[in-house]
Design a protein. Structure first.
Length: 631
């Protein structure tokens, strides 16, 4: 009898109601959430949760958002909802240490003054649109109470084209408020990247353009190539063309990375920049390559300093002599955006230029994770560095090229647990050097394993930093102005910026895009845009004609006839009428989209209960059919 009552129509309706109420209750509880989106858009990564778990004091988040104005822009409104939902997810996961306030700054209001004080400015999101506020601020209220100046960080404009990196940007924002001290970058290099002496001109040279930018954003300290220990206050170690470093320096780098220091490494099988300097100075050097013997393999990276990547598809064209036709140089590569990984470091770059670069591959069985950032096409061939040094004509590369049909990795991120490249501890030859330094930190205990996941980015080229590969600079009013024609500089700054965060922050990856537009919605928007654009064009044309007439009148007698006054009044009335029409079109568009969204939301909400009810009914019918023959 109980089963009959359960599977009766009334019982099935009751089951459906219970399921529907359960779905509504679960949806209303903030900590009981199920993410069924394709890219887990509403699930915070482990790195973000670790950042939030380490919060030691409250942080206030403020989203300055022109909600009323943006309400007339359906796509931007959807993105604004995405931003708020992600921020609320972070607030929920922070155990009460994060708070969120959404402010719609009205013109000439205290809220607008507050936004301005945080560096948030109104910007037009599209041509012909009103200016809106769309920025996020993270502030430490404790510093405000102390009266020593509030510590805060801001994102003046949360750009829609950066949607994949929203979680990273917000996590970094919070981390910077917690640790506002400038990042310290230790630089070890055998090149004159930071300024030096040019033997060809016998004059000192200034720093490369990339170093002007790096020094502007970070506290850079030059380290000697025979350093015995990397100081504790150095956050990132930047190695550029490390050549024949002594064992004590390699050991210092090894221990620095294992204890949690981050590294940005530029190695090169054949430095064209160094070759040019040697030729200009009349000097010669057998080895123009660089490597970190033992260290790269310990971090899970294979790199052959005797091989150069050539690529037929990505070759840059160079002019050998004036008046000659440009020739493809298979060793100089212009890597476009489609060969970049969807990573915070490389995902938004446009093109990078490299020259005689090497190739990186993961070590088989390594505990670290090897993630390519920049890759070549499949039309590649590895060639020896000796051939490159002796080659005077790049057309020889074309003659000898035979594609190996293999994609090569030019830059990669390495993370995860790692072991020391010095399993027996500090090199014996370093004992005397350690005694001479008198630095107690040099005698710190040897680390055989990393204390946490390492964070290293390796680039198999150093010419990527040279001015000739990415930027032109000129002096304007005593200041150096850099005009970039490639994204090489952006890559370096992105890498340093990413590495300057915690290990948890480094491990936060880009996410999928929120927008999943429907064909019907896009059709509605296109239809409205066409109507709006046509009306706006007519209005602007009439406005231009009237301004010309007024200008002509001003240059004349200065008086305006009654007919002209009537024409101006008619135009003003037409302008007001057109603006009303524009608002009506936008209102109709928003209503249609909202109505469609409500229908889809209702379908999504009721879909699971409906499927369960159908399944239960089907099971009941099958059960009844089996019983009838038995009777």
């Amino acid at each position: 009898m109980k089963n009959k009552a359960l599977f009766s129509p009334a019982g099935l309706v009751l089951i459906g109601l219970v399921l529907l109420v359960t779905v509504v209750i679960i949806s209303s509880l903030p900590r009981l959430r199920i993410d069924l989106t394709q890219d887990d858009l509403y699930t915070l990564s482990d790195g973000t949760r670790e950042v939030l778990d380490t919060l030691e004091r409250p942080i206030e988040l403020t989203f300055f958002y022109s909600e009323e104005t943006i309400g007339q822009m359906p796509q931007v409104r959807a993105y604004g909802n995405r931003v708020q939902e992600l921020l609320r997810e972070m607030v929920i996961a922070s155990n009460g240490n994060l708070t969120l306030e959404v402010i719609d700054p009205e013109p000439f209001s205290e809220q607008e003054d507050l936004a301005t004080s945080y560096g948030i400015q109104a910007v037009p999101l599209a041509a012909g649109r009103e200016e809106v506020y769309f920025g996020v601020v993270a502030a430490d209220p404790g510093t405000r109470a102390e009266g020593g100046g509030e510590v805060f960080e801001s994102i003046p404009l949360v750009r829609p084209d950066q949607e994949e990196f929203l979680e990273y940007e917000f996590s970094r924002l919070i981390s910077r408020v917690l640790d506002p001290d400038p990042t310290v970058v230790g630089l070890i290099t055998s090149l004159n990247i930071d300024g030096g002496f040019n033997p060809a001109t016998e004059q000192t040279t200034g720093p490369w353009a990339i170093m002007d930018t790096v020094r502007y954003m970070y506290d850079v300290r030059r380290l000697q190539e025979d350093v015995d220990v990397i100081a504790e206050d150095i956050d990132i170690l930047m190695l550029v063309h490390p050549q024949e470093l002594p064992e004590n320096t390699l050991y210092a780098i090894d221990q620095f990375v294992l204890r949690g220091g981050r590294a940005l490494v530029f190695v090169d099988p054949n430095s064209d920049t160094q070759t040019q300097i040697m030729m200009a100075g009349g000097g010669y050097r057998d080895n123009l390559g660089s490597d970190l013997p033992g260290l790269l393999s310990a971090w899970g990276v294979n790199y052959d300093a005797s091989q150069v990547v050539t690529d037929q598809s990505l070759a840059l064209f160079v002019t050998l002599a004036q008046g000659q036709r440009p020739t493809a140089h298979y060793g100089m590569l212009g890597v476009p955006r489609e060969h970049f990984a969807n990573d915070i470091v490389s995902g938004q770059l446009q093109v990078m230029n490299l020259s005689s670069a090497g190739a990186l591959t993961p070590v088989e069985g390594a505990a670290t994770t090897f993630e390519p950032l920049i890759q070549t096409s499949e039309q590649t061939m590895m060639m020896g560095t000796a051939f490159f040094r002796e080659m005077g004509d790049p057309t020889l590369l074309i003659d000898d090229f035979v594609s190996e049909e293999q994609t090569r990795t030019l830059a990669a991120r390495v993370s995860g647990p790692a072991q020391s490249a010095f399993p027996d501890g500090r090199p014996a030859a370093d004992t005397d050097a350690e005694t001479d330094t008198g630095d107690d930190s040099a005698a710190s205990p040897h680390l055989s394993d990393s204390v946490s996941d390492i964070g290293v980015i390796v680039v198999a080229d150093t010419d990527v930093l040279a001015d000739r590969m990415w930027a032109q600079s000129r002096q304007v009013a005593g200041q150096r102005v850099i005009n970039a024609f490639a994204s090489n500089g952006d890559f370096v700054i992105n890498a340093l910026d990413n590495l300057s965060g915690s290990t948890e922050l480094i491990n936060i990856r880009s996410r999928g895009r929120y927008a999943r537009p429907f064909t019907r919605v896009l059709a509605l928007q296109r239809e409205a845009d066409e109507r709006l654009r046509e009306r706006e064009t007519n209005l602007l044309e009439r406005l231009s004609e009237t301004e010309e007439q007024l200008q002509a009148l001003n240059q004349g007698s200065g008086s305006i006839s009654p007919e002209q006054e009537a024409e101006i009044e008619r135009f003003i009335e037409l302008q007001l009428e057109t603006r009303r029409d524009l608002r009506e079109v936008q209102f109709e568009l928003n209503n249609e989209i909202d109505r469609l969204g409500s229908i889809l939301k209702a379908i999504n909400t009721a879909l699971i209960p409906a499927l369960i009810i159908i399944a239960v009914l089907t099971a009941a019918l099958l059960r009844n059919r089996r019983r009838k023959p038995a009777r």
